[in-house]
Write a protein that binds this ligand. Structure first.
Ligand code: TTP
Length: 393
């Protein structure tokens, strides 16, 4: 079966992280978010991948090229962001036979994708506490009989997890009318398939839709949590690595460092001397964590540097960020309320008691900068020495 992976979206809700990189290419443990989906599809037996690209398409192409893990990759360009059915329609000319459709910004349990491919026509379903926020599936005799989008009174608590194995005929039904949201939605294609075929729900316990910055942190918590200890880089005898720590070949861990897993130090990265890294943390390629720096439950993207006397907790730093000496991130409110964050101009709750800052690419802080919880720093933002930054910039 061919697998269509939707990776054309910009990820406006995850800004500023999606500035130079489309959301599906943001780092989750040792690979981009979308590569986890692609890998699950390949493991399930996908014979060809059709990646639907649009925003910053070249970043996706450069990573997967024309063949990935021996499986041919083709690209379909979606010109506008007109919805998920429109995205699959863009891939239509590459399809023959039954096909799978997977979201490039979702994390799936690979076992569920395997079961999905075997059960075609099928849809992945997950039990949720708040079904009103999802497409809700109704079933009878282990067959899906209905899907309703975000119903006020959900008939079940079974949510659509955005992974589909469609029969060949679905290719004829990709041109659906515009929905109330003004998009052409894949769920309308699914509704037609449900009418004409017996569609099996493949239930999964674990699934994540990565839409907002703290969900990228949570995606890393998930995938870093699956690491098995592996030390291939240069690690000082005077460093202490506890639990599932991975130090890739070409990474350096200097004396006096303590790393508590799960943590991943990628190739070209340097940690120490005298640094404390706590799980779940990703120190991506060519990033550096210097002397007397503590990093907890954070993502430091490629080329980012926190070099001296700093604390970073529950934060996501984009590429080539530089935190000046003594930069301190606050990640907790005195009243213990959930930290809020600005998504598309609106302050919303992250639902997290602990959340630090989100910094876009090339952010630079002056020495002794204090950053308050839930702060968003746009790409290229700066602070002066000694500043207390309390508002997004
Ligand atoms: P969304 O998360 O709904 O959209 P997005 O990725 O653009 O993010 P945001 O809402 O923050 O702007 O998309 C779900 C998946 O479908 C995701 O993998 C991107 C993909 N997609 C397309 O490929 N084309 C589209 O037109 C849309 C709307 C989404």
């Amino acid at each position: 079966m061919k697998a269509v992976v939707l990776a054309a979206g910009e990820g406006t809700r995850i800004r500023p992280l999606s500035g130079s990189v489309p959301k599906p290419m943001l780092p989750v443990a040792d690979r981009p978010l979308v590569a986890h989906t692609v890998d699950a599809a390949i493991d399930a037996g996908a014979e060809e991948l059709v990646l639907v690209v649009g925003y910053e398409a070249d970043t996706v192409r450069e990573y997967f090229e024309d063949s990935y893990r021996g499986v041919p990759v083709t690209y379909a360009i979606q010109e506008g962001q007109d919805g998920t059915a429109d995205a699959v329609n863009a891939a239509s000319e590459h399809l023959d036979g039954p096909f799978a459709v997977l979201n490039g910004d979702n994390l799936y349990d690979p076992a569920a994708i395997d079961a999905l491919f075997d059960a075609c026509p099928a849809v992945c379903a997950v039990e949720v506490e708040n079904p009103s926020n999802y497409g809700v599936l109704s079933t009878e005799d282990d067959t899906i009989v209905d899907i309703v989008e975000k119903p006020a009174e959900p008939p079940t608590n079974l949510a659509n997890a955005g992974a589909y194995a469609f029969p060949e005929r679905a290719r004829e039904w990709l041109e659906v009318p515009t929905s109330e949201r003004g998009e052409h939605e894949i769920t309308d294609v699914l509704a037609r398939v449900i009418d004409e075929f017996a569609v099996t729900p493949v239930t999964t316990d674990r699934w994540m839709d990565v839409g907002r910055p703290w969900e990228l942190l949570e995606a890393n918590e998930w995938k870093l949590g699956e690491l098995d200890r592996r030390i291939e880089g240069e690690v000082s005898d005077a460093a202490q690595l506890e639990g599932d720590v991975v130090v890739e070949e070409g990474a350096t861990v200097k004396p006096g460092v303590v790393i508590e897993g799960p943590a991943l130090v990628r190739s070209g990265a340097t940690v120490g001397p005298n640094a404390y890294v706590r799980g779940a943390t990703l120190v991506d390629e060519d990033a550096s964590v210097g002397n007397a720096v503590e990093i907890k439950n954070s993502v430091l993207s490629r080329g980012t540097s926190v070099s001296h006397l700093s604390y970073v907790g529950d934060s996501v730093l984009g590429r080539n960020v530089n935190f000046g000496a003594g930069t301190t991130v606050a990640n907790l409110r005195h009243d213990d309320e959930a930290i809020k964050f600005t998504v598309k101009g609106e302050r919303i709750s992250t639902g997290r008691r602990k959340f630090g800052v989100v910094a876009g690419d090339e952010v630079k802080t002056g020495i002794n900068t204090s950053l308050t919880p839930g702060l968003k720093l746009d790409a290229g933002a700066t602070s002066k020495p000694g500043e207390v930054v309390e508002r997004d910039r």
